[in-house]
Design a protein around this ligand. Structure first.
Ligand code: KIV
Ligand code: ZN
Length: 512
């Protein structure tokens, strides 16, 4: 008999806390549906009490998701917990995740509370949450840097109040695998009622060890839930990466001996969806989902893989969603072939009208680009999904001129609240000229803190995917745009970032 390892995805909560990664509620719902397809056990959909936007996103996801448990974070107070319960009302299976810091440093400097006050508040919070839902997770924030005696006292008390999952966060990514594993093992041995809860790991990647620490928490410590995010998205160096931890458990089942509910074939589509939505590109050499993860450049390796794939491959590319079928569709492909490919890529579009719009955009793209790759389709569908009817700015057309020895010129047409405006500018390069032309009209005053271009499918025929990160009055947003013409992609990305700057609501920081 093997145990099951619970996969708790927090892309939409802890992942989204990464500056610039904020998503609107439709984007979050799309990702939540993909997580459900992936058969993630628990989806942490947000922090309902932090803003109205977060509340609505948690509510939307709770009402739509049927197969995964939907969870909301909440600080350890009645107002936050009641708000979380309210947002989760429509869920088939709901969890409240409440937390309070337990390290000396956090209690004294951040909370300005004594350990006894924290102890009481943790108990009251779990008691209150258990009156509202039956599934309650408790996190002693900064647990790994907390005094183990105090931690044992708090954990024993919250389990007595009915906490069903105990999470042990390494909030600042300070742990070392063996030490973290033993830390959890020790807690489990010392807490008398430890067996009445599922133990969970939650590791940040500041020293690059989030996945290793999580695996040690499972193997040495006996944790049976891992908290993770797609692509390891998260503040600073990010969180434990879902795809890596899942594939480690699956590939080394001989060692871990654990079962997973995850349908790994949807991993790649989830990774692309998250990177395209947030503008956080995946590095080519990233394990499992990076463009090079299954590419064998060296002749010796290629020869080996052709003779017997397991000479150099420990996982099958198709098991995580990579397809051999690279060139998939072209100008002559029909609506049915397009629809079928969407299904194979895990893109769910029920409304015929949505399929028709996406197909019309596909045809437009196929007129300009001879071969359409999976990556193009995913970018196109993502662009469509993030284009919101009520957006303030929308791209219409662009022309630019650049010649050696001359200063580039660009003129652009876009809509502002549905009304077309034209603008022109020169610049240091054609991209600079185009973005200056937009800024001449919009006058956002935002500072550009990142501009990056990525070839979606790896050749010069590829679409360019541009990410623009803007900062204004302390807010940071990412905009993403794709097009075979990278100057157009840049203008789309800039407008998308401006739209996000407009709509991003203020929210309370979870750990602030
Ligand atoms: O890193 C952390 O401590 C957290 C908690 C809120 C669980 O994200
Ligand atoms: Zn965290």
């Amino acid at each position: 008999m093997t145990d099951k390892l619970v996969i708790f995805d927090t892309t939409l909560r802890d992942g989204e806390q990464s500056p610039g990664a904020s998503m609107n509620k439709d984007e979050k719902l799309r990702i939540a549906r993909q997580l459900e397809r992936l058969k993630v056990d628990v989806i942490e959909a947000g922090f309902a009490a932090s803003s109205n936007g977060d509340f609505e996103a948690v509510q939307l996801i709770a009402n739509a998701i049927k197969d995964s448990t939907v969870c909301s974070l909440s600080r350890a107070n009645d107002r936050d917990i009641a708000r979380a319960a309210e947002a989760l009302k429509g869920a088939n299976s709901a969890r409240i995740h409440t937390f309070i810091a337990t390290s000396e440093l956090h209690m004294e400097k951040k909370l300005r509370m004594t350990p006894d006050q924290v102890f009481e508040q943790a108990k009251l919070a779990v008691r209150f949450a258990r009156n509202l839902v039956s599934d309650v997770e408790f996190s002693p924030e900064d647990a790994y840097r907390s005094d183990p005696d105090f931690l044992c006292r708090v954990i024993e008390a919250v389990i007595n109040e009915g906490a069903t999952t105990i999470n042990v966060p390494d909030t600042v990514g300070y742990a070392i695998p063996e030490l973290y594993g033993n830390f959890i093992k020790n807690l489990r041995q010392r807490v008398p009622n430890a067996d009445r809860a599922v133990w969970s790991v939650h590791c940040h990647n500041d020293l690059g060890m989030a996945v290793a620490n999580s695996l040690a928490g499972v193997k040495i410590g006996g944790a049976r839930q891992v908290e993770c995010t797609i692509n390891g998205l998260g503040e600073r160096a990010g969180n434990c990466s879902l795809e890596e931890v899942v594939m480690a458990i699956k590939t080394r089942r001989d060692y871990f001996g654990l079962d997973l509910g995850i349908d790994t074939r949807h991993i790649l589509a989830a990774s692309r969806m998250v990177s395209q939505t947030t503008g956080f590109a995946v590095q080519p050499n990233k394990a499992v989902v990076g463009a090079n993860a299954f590419a064998h450049a060296s002749g010796i390796h290629q020869d080996g893989v052709l003779k017997a794939r397991d000479t150099y491959e420990i996982m099958r590319a198709e098991d995580v969603g990579w397809s051999n079928n690279k060139i998939i569709l072209g100008k002559l492909s029909g609506r049915n072939a397009f629809k079928q490919r969407l299904q194979e890529l895990g893109v769910q579009m029920e409304a015929e009208a949505d399929i028709n719009t996406a197909f019309a955009r596909f045809k437009e793209l196929a007129d300009r680009k001879s071969e359409i790759f999976d990556e193009d389709i995913l970018a196109l569908v993502n662009d469509e999904a993030v284009t919101n009817e009520n957006e303030q700015y929308r791209f219409v057309s662009l022309s630019q001129h650049s010649e050696t020895g001359e200063r580039p010129q660009a003129s652009i047409v876009f809509t502002v609240a549905g009304k077309e405006v034209k603008s022109a500018s020169d610049g240091d390069g054609p991209v600079d000229a185009s973005l200056k032309a937009i800024e001449a009209q919009v006058k956002s005053g935002a500072e550009m803190v990142l501009y990056s271009v990525n070839a979606i499918s790896g050749s010069t025929e590829s679409q360019g995917e541009v990410t623009v990160r803007l900062q204004n009055s302390g807010r940071v947003v990412n905009g993403v745009g794709s097009d075979p013409d990278i100057i157009v992609a840049s203008a789309k990305a800039y407008l998308s970032a401006l739209n996000k700057l407009q709509s991003k609501a203020d929210r309370v920081a979870a750990q602030g």
